[in-house]
Design a protein around this ligand. Structure first.
Ligand SMILES: Nc1ncnc2c1ncn2[C@@H]1O[C@H](COP(=O)(O)OP(=O)(O)O)[C@@H](O)[C@H]1O
Ligand SMILES: [Mg+2]
Length: 343
């Protein structure tokens, strides 16, 4: 692997959260591609059982098994590495855990048949979480012939509203197990999550609600940061170009665009609305209104961008992909992340 400058030197577990619908899954996938483009192997993991990754990479639903889903973009000098994916669910993670720690080959299946796995994970939601974070930590630490199997693990994590509890492993499990292997396991998991090896990134769009959720989420995790949890980047997704120069934006937002001038401009461009009384046209008037709304939006986006920058976390911006989100679109997002220092 080529050594490169990134903002996340030493981070091997990237946790990606954000308000639902802002592109959490998409950005997690793009980050995995970006991290893999220096070569090596990256695991992209989802924990919510939605098969979002399979959809994104256009593969059949993923089993509880790590599968190669993509090759990262590379250069002739540095061929891209591989992205593997895993759809983790608490039930399979519990069975795997029992088999691994207690050498209970068949017990897991018996427990499933009896419905006990469901029972256990339902009465103890904290246990569900530690099984999933535990799986991510296990993959992060896994070694083959003395070397880490994965250079990085990217987790498409629960949304902002639940991320604090999800990552607060030890506290959630402490009421459940004071001693014994579950306690020991939880401590190991906690140790990795609250270490410089892990960073928690927030995906947002430049709208009021998601930005507020991001600020709240950062504040909540900041409370946990005393325990060593590392806040990551703010990744602003679906950014559209402003289209107007600064002066024009303010004028348009105030509704002070010269409609006559717009009409002349339209005419010059071959779009001819019949000139009305004020020397403008219906088309030009409609365009002025449209531009006014657009400008107000752009100015409010700038305000939101400033609020996010004020958190002091590195902010990356990803463009809105307008021609469909396919592998090419993901590559573009991955490249933008790399260019800005995410990988
Ligand atoms: N940068 C982008 N440009 C265009 N469409 C995007 C972008 N990021 C995400 N999307 C689209 O937005 C929708 C929600 O994205 P998804 O990653 O599933 O969000 P989440 O996991 O937060 O619910 C999907 O249809 C996805 O293709
Ligand atoms: Mg998703």
């Amino acid at each position: 692997m080529r050594a490169r400058d990134t903002d996340w030197e030493g981070v091997r577990l990237h946790v990606v959260t954000g308000k639902g619908g802002t592109g959490k899954t998409t950005v997690a996938a793009a980050l995995a591609l970006a991290l893999a483009s220096a070569g090596g192997r990256v695991l992209l993991m989802e924990v919510e059982g939605r098969q979002g990754i399979a959809q994104l990479f256009d593969t059949p639903p993923l089993p509880y098994e790590e599968r190669k889903v993509a090759v990262a973009p590379g250069t002739p000098a540095t061929p891209g590495g591989d992205v593997y994916a895993l759809a983790a669910d608490p039930e399979s993670a519990l069975i795997e855990y029992l088999e691994m720690f207690y050498n209970l080959r068949h017990t897991g299946r018996t427990l499933t048949r009896l419905g006990l796995v469901d029972f256990v994970t339902t009465i103890a939601p904290g246990l569900r979480d530690v099984l999933l974070t535990g799986k991510a930590v296990e993959a992060t630490r896994r070694r083959v012939k003395g070397r880490h199997l994965y250079d990085a693990v990217v987790m498409d994590a629960p949304p902002t509203g639940r991320i604090g509890r999800f990552l607060n492993v030890a506290t959630e499990v402490s009421g459940l197990a004071k001693v014994g292997p579950i306690r020991g396991h939880a401590d190991t998991v906690q140790g990795v999550i609250r270490s410089p090896q892990t960073a928690v990134h927030f995906v947002t769009v430049l709208e009021e609600m998601p930005v507020q959720e991001t600020l709240d989420g950062l504040a909540e995790l900041h409370g946990l940061a005393g325990g060593g949890l590392q806040l990551g980047a703010v990744i602003i997704n679906m950014v559209r170009p402003a289209g107007l120069a600064d002066g024009q934006l303010v004028t348009a937002a105030r509704g002070e665009l010269d409609v006559h001038e717009l009409a002349l401009g339209l005419k010059a461009a071959g779009i001819d609305g019949s000139l009305g009384q004020g020397g403008g046209s219906d088309v030009a008037a409609a365009l002025a209104t449209e531009l006014g709304e657009h400008s107000l939006e752009v100015l409010s986006q700038r305000e939101h961008r400033r609020m996010l920058a004020d958190t002091g976390q590195p902010c990356y911006e990803l463009p809105l992909i307008t021609d469909g989100m396919d592998l090419a679109g993901l590559y573009r997002l991955a490249e933008a992340l790399q260019d800005q220092g995410a990988a």
